[in-house]
Design a protein around this ligand. Structure first.
Ligand code: NAP
Length: 348
């Protein structure tokens, strides 16, 4: 008998679902005993249902599991969701009503005022909203979400800059094709090309950080006032979203102070030694041509955000580059870290 907590994965066969299956295979606290997919997959062995795209072998225990239908009330109390956004809204709510704690990657419930949009290094106190889901919505379980993948790296980079009176941010993203799931963007659209549009992405990048960086005020979050302008593009990179960020502040801020704030930034996951926590959430690379997705995205198990090229901006005050692994820290790894924090705080 395993003493680990049994967990399930909704959307286990997809791009993010596969990262869940990989990361959960040897997890010290969680045991993935229930994998669910759509009608296309249910009843099949996971090995036959999942079109495995990771460079590490499919974990043996997962390969043999029979993919289950996504039926609320079935499966363990804690379920991770890597569901397609077209179905995640209703299904996740039904699971929460049936008593499951849903830790989700999907966008559907992120901006619900009573749903924590959680990044454990930044806003662990927002988990207090879970209690309001029970009293106000009558859910026996609950929903906790992680942010959009590009938001994740931007919010982590901006978090230590709040102390300087952060007022404005301009960000241009260069996003990997794995961010669109599988099969994603057709090869003839992306090879040798840059696509300057990702549906709905700019809106998420402009709004989600305000909630994440905001302050809990009883039954809601007061958004942080930073104004963000985002351009998002899809580029022919497999994994890793790069972001070109400019920032402005209420008063003049020295680059050395920003560097020091990046270097000293840590949170509860580091303090508690959570299994998926990177030693340093923000890692500054000194070389003038880094970070790069091919060279840096797998470092620190894909859980850190890599920064570089901090320099003066002639329009706003400073500019820099950020890079993160979109399906790990931007998705499955982020959800695991959220659940680890909830376990450490006795919420599971
Ligand atoms: N890719 C990223 O970098 C990334 C980053 C952050 C957040 N997200 C979000 O994470 C979620 C998953 O993204 P993805 O890239 O992994 O997508 P994906 O590869 O298209 O996978 C979608 C998953 O949803 C399942 N599904 C679809 N319709 C279903 C239904 N009616 N009932 C039950 N399951 C159903 C699929 O199951 P079958 O395979 O059995 O059909 C599959 O497992 C999305 O909400 C996405 O926006 C993705």
């Amino acid at each position: 008998m395993s003493s680990r907590v049994e967990v399930g994965v909704l959307g286990a066969t997809g791009t993010v679902g596969q990262q869940f299956v990989r990361l959960l295979a040897n997890h010290p606290w969680f045991d993935a005993t229930w994998l669910a997919g759509s009608e296309r997959s249910e009843g099949k062995a996971y090995a036959d249902a999942a079109n495995w795209k990771l460079s590490t072998p499919m974990p043996e225990a997962a390969a043999r599991r029979i993919v289950q239908p996504p039926t609320p009330g079935k499966g363990p109390k804690l379920v991770f969701s890597a569901l397609d956004a077209n179905v995640a809204g209703e299904l996740e709510r039904a699971f929460a009503e049936a008593g499951h704690l849903v830790v989700s990657n999907a966008r559907n419930h992120r901006m619900d005022p009573l749903v924590p949009l959680l990044i454990p290094e930044i806003n662990p106190d927002h988990l207090q909203l879970l209690e309001r889901q029970r009293t106000d919505y009558g859910w026996k379980g609950g929903i906790v979400t992680n942010s959009n993948c590009s938001t994740m790296f931007l919010a982590l980079a901006l978090a230590p800059l709040r102390t300087f009176g952060l007022t404005q941010c301009n960000v241009v993203t260069l996003q990997a094709v794995s961010g669109a799931g599988y099969p994603g963007v057709p090869s003839l659209d992306i090879l040798g090309n840059v696509v300057p549009f990702i549906g709905g992405e700019e809106e998420k990048l402009e709004i989600e950080p305000q909630k994440i960086l905001g302050s809990l005020a009883g039954d809601h979050v007061d958004p942080h006032p930073v104004v963000i302008s985002a351009h998002t593009t899809r580029v022919p990179v497999i994994d890793g979203h790069t972001e070109m960020v400019s920032v402005d502040f209420a008063t003049k801020v020295e680059a050395a102070d920003i560097r020091a704030a990046f270097a000293s930034f840590k949170g509860l996951p580091q303090e508690l030694g959570l299994p998926c926590a990177p030693a340093q959430p923000l890692v500054y690379l000194e070389a003038e041509n880094r970070p790069q997705p091919r060279l840096d995205v797998e470092r620190d198990n894909g859980m850190a955000v890599f920064l570089g090229r901090l320099r003066r901006c002639p329009v706003l005050q400073h500019k820099f580059v950020a890079l993160g692994h979109n399906t790990v820290r931007g998705a499955a790894g982020a959800a695991l870290l959220n659940a680890e924090l909830m376990q450490a705080q006795g919420l599971l």
